[in-house]
Design a protein around this ligand. Structure first.
Ligand code: SF4
Length: 457
């Protein structure tokens, strides 16, 4: 289908073709899975929940548990309160979650169901057992993207649970942004290296990368605990990674519990990781551990050694705002040319940030928020690139334009490894750099005539 994409670009203000995003509840569900003992609940029709669960399962290759209010025609007309109340009773009776995280869908938002009121009424009527917790986030999919849903649900956990006791702890809150379970492990390794007591919310490690044990655990051992989320209110500082995914939770903590915060880019690539490491050093009051310095040195070494393969190579990048900004900076710093940069998400600030990043090296780059993959394909047709970085959906463009694709972001439906190997930090940067170098070298090998096929590169 994408092979039929015309090269001539026509302005389309009211039509998206292959949008570079998914809907809000997917993100809300992903965030909820990062809380221990949590059952995500989709307040809408079964189809929404089935789609969101299956999309997460296809990306992580793990079973994803979630419940639904199972709207019918009746709920669509009269509202979903009865369904949600019934769902609370069923969920707590059958699946015994510690916490239920309700997110809305297009339908329940259009009806206008008042979730806080339904939760309060259900508690009053004993439909939510004593000691059990229910939180919610509004996630209408006709605005925003999966990142908005993720951000709103993380902020929702804070809103319902974080509390200030009046005594500050030594802990630092870390809101990791939309990253993979392996990235969350890596972020915790960094804070541990600085001996910084940290509460990370959410934490999908040991949930969506859980090992096979021979026994099914409905609630895997990972996830931020309710007690930890409560304690976030007493922390002395919040580090929010990724402006689009994490600012809302950090802002909520400041508003609710007066915890100061700073927002950093996702620590993907050399410069962004440097800024993250500097922040950890400053918060901990300690020097950067030698082991971390060595990891940085290895990344710098590989970038230097392989510079001839990366320098000047044009690249197209699409995905979530926070990830694309970090990837653009990393590619630029390796002397690559990000000529097409797009997010399916929203935010004029995205375009401004990318433009500033590329002002000196690629002043004529195509940059777009709320873009779609049809436009990306058209850009590539008009200005071909050496390599693309993006989601699985780019494989059709890759086939049509015979251009290598390095898979990155959400979702990756046709490969494995992304959830098990970190992309953040210096070692994550090394992995990304080697993926890019390998893609370029494989293309060079494939295209080389016999006499020019090199054994050593
Ligand atoms: S876009 Fe709306 S209706 Fe469609 S799956 Fe997402 S929440 Fe459900």
């Amino acid at each position: 289908m994408l092979d039929q994409t015309p090269a001539t670009i026509t302005e389309r203000s009211a039509l998206k073709v292959n949008p570079a995003k998914t809907c809000q509840p997917v993100g809300a569900m992903y965030a909820a899975l990062g809380v221990h003992g949590c059952l995500p609940h989709s307040h809408g029709s079964q189809g929404c929940c089935a789609y969101h669960r299956s999309h997460l399962t296809r990306h992580f290759k793990e079973p994803v548990m979630a419940s639904t209010s199972s709207f019918t025609e009746g709920s669509s007309v009269f509202g979903g309160m009865a369904n949600l109340q019934q769902a609370f009773q069923t969920m707590f009776a059958l699946y015994d979650p510690e916490i239920v995280a309700v997110h809305t869908t297009c339908l329940s938002e259009t009806i206008g169901d008042d979730i806080p009121t339904i939760i309060a009424k259900s508690r009053d009527e004993g439909k939510i057992p004593e000691g059990k917790v229910v939180v919610h986030a509004n996630t209408p999919s006709y605005v925003g993207s999966h990142v908005t849903g993720f951000s709103s649900m993380v902020a929702g956990f804070v809103k319902y649970l974080a509390a200030s006791t009046g005594t500050r702890s030594n802990a630092v809150n870390l809101v990791p942004g939309w990253v993979e379970p392996a990235d969350m492990v890596e972020l915790k390794r960094y804070t541990a290296a600085f001996a910084l007591p940290t509460i990370m919310l959410p934490d999908t490690s040991s949930v969506l990368d859980a090992p096979a044990t021979g026994t099914h655990a409905f609630y895997p051992k990972g996830g931020t605990t309710i007690a930890q989320i409560r304690a976030m209110g007493d922390a002395r500082h919040t580090l929010a990674l990724g402006a689009w995914a994490s600012t809302a939770a950090a802002e909520q903590l400041r508003k609710q519990c007066q915890v100061p915060f700073e927002v950093l880019d996702l620590p993907i690539g050399l410069a962004a990781t440097d800024r993250f490491v500097s922040a950890l050093a400053s918060l901990s009051g300690t020097a950067v551990p030698q082991a971390i310095e060595d990891e940085r040195g290895r990344l710098v070494d590989v970038i230097n050694d392989m510079h001839q393969y990366l320098a000047g190579k044009s690249v197209a990048i699409w995905g979530d705002q926070d990830q694309v900004i970090a990837l653009t900076e990393f590619c630029r710093d390796m002397d690559m040319k990000p000529v097409h940069v797009m997010t399916g998400g929203h935010g004029q600030a995205f375009e401004e940030r990318v433009k500033a990043l590329l002002a000196d090296s690629v002043p004529d780059a195509n940059i777009r928020q709320q873009g779609d993959l049809m436009l990306m394909h058209q850009w590539i047709k008009n200005r071909p690139v050496d390599v693309m970085i993006g989601t699985t959906y780019g494989k059709f463009i890759s086939r049509a334009e015979d251009t290598p694709l390095v898979r990155f972001g959400w979702p990756i439906l046709d490969r494995v490894g992304h959830s098990y190997f970190a992309s953040v930090g210096y070692t994550g940067g090394l992995r990304l750099a080697t993926q890019l170098i390998t893609a370029i070298q494989e293309r060079q090998d494939r295209d080389a005539p016999d006499h020019a096929l090199e054994l050593v590169m």
